[in-house]
Design a protein around this ligand. Structure first.
Ligand SMILES: C[C@H](N)CC(=O)CC(=O)O
Ligand SMILES: [Zn+2]
Length: 304
């Protein structure tokens, strides 16, 4: 009897897109980030994708010192795989963005496969009142904001990570990013199995329609055959629908308050663990099983 397929749940607990005034549940302090991450791991997340913030006003903070307090707690309290962002926020230089991963040498680090417009200004239609002035600026400035990751930047991040045995979550926000990854693959600059995180619903990238999800899957199959592990994240209200489609199509999933603040229409999630429980229900409802951190390590050939 064929063994049941294991689905890897990644959880991104805070990110750098959402701001404190958007949800009282968005973890900001190191203690809140650690507690939310541990709860997500206990709910079934095998991989924890981590950003840091300034505890005073929630502003994204990419200094290694901002990461250290919650990383040690997470390591003590869970066996989950740690995935440190190299995306940081679009306002940061690549040199700053890579510092935490270079310092802590995690099993996994995120890597955005290209430069892109990163639209957040549409969120101003929804959010009017902000505790901190930087929040409105963060959204307004996104009209002329470019998230920069040139081919040279990507090479630099790859070299930095691979030197420490770190593997990558290749974030592909559009079909062109898959072709970029294929080019790096053909030049022998990336190591398989490739962990591809398809990102749906960020303004500036691909949408959240089922045809978009299918298109990403088919293109990745054509470019990488069985040399990759596919995962998806859907931004905002599309999170669970995109996850359900991908799980049914042999994929893995990412949830968490970095990608969506919601538990349902008009209902804020009281933490990332609530979304992990929801997506776990979908996965088990499909007759599949959730991968443990060690099963994820094996599937992704991580250093452990
Ligand atoms: C849409 C997500 N915020 C993508 C992300 O997680 C980027 C990164 O941290 O490198
Ligand atoms: Zn991130």
């Amino acid at each position: 009897m064929a063994s049941t397929r294991k689905v890897i749940i990644s959880c991104a607990v805070t990110g750098a897109i959402h701001t404190p005034s958007m949800s009282p549940y968005l973890p900001i302090t190191a203690e809140q980030i650690a507690d939310d991450a541990v709860a997500a791991a206990e709910a079934g997340a095998a991989i924890l994708h981590l950003h840091a913030r300034n505890p005073a006003d929630g502003r994204p903070d990419q200094s290694p010192e901002a990461f250290r307090p919650f990383l040690s707690v997470i390591k003590q309290r869970t066996g989950a795989v740690v995935n440190i962002t190299t995306g940081g926020s679009p306002y940061m230089s690549v040199a700053d963005r890579v510092k935490p991963a270079a310092t802590f040498q995690p099993e996994v680090a995120s890597l955005n496969m290209g430069t892109m417009n990163f639209g957040l200004f549409h969120l101003l239609n929804k959010y009017k009142d902000f505790q901190h002035p930087w929040e409105r600026e963060h959204l307004e400035n996104s009209r002329e904001l470019v998230f920069r990751n040139t081919f040279k930047d990507i090479e630099f991040i790859l070299e930095t990570g691979y030197a420490n045995g770190t593997r990558f979550e290749f974030e592909c926000y559009d079909i062109g990013h898959l072709y970029t990854l294929r080019n790096f693959h053909d030049r022998g600059l990336v190591r398989g199995p490739l962990f591809i995180q398809s990102v749906f619903g960020i303004l500036g990238g691909i949408g959240v329609h089922q045809e978009d999800v299918l298109h990403m899957r088919r293109t990745a199959d054509r470019l990488f055959g069985d040399g990759y592990r596919w995962s998806v994240l859907g931004a905002g209200a599309a999170q669970m629908r995109v996850a359900a489609m991908a799980a049914a199509m042999g994929g893995n999933v990412r949830v968490g308050l970095e990608d969506s603040l919601w538990a349902g229409p008009g209902r804020l999630a009281a933490g990332s663990a609530e979304q992990v429980r929801t997506v776990r229900g979908i996965i088990e409802g499909l007759g599949l099983e959730v991968a443990t951190p060690d099963e994820a390590r094996e599937l992704l050939a991580l250093k452990g």
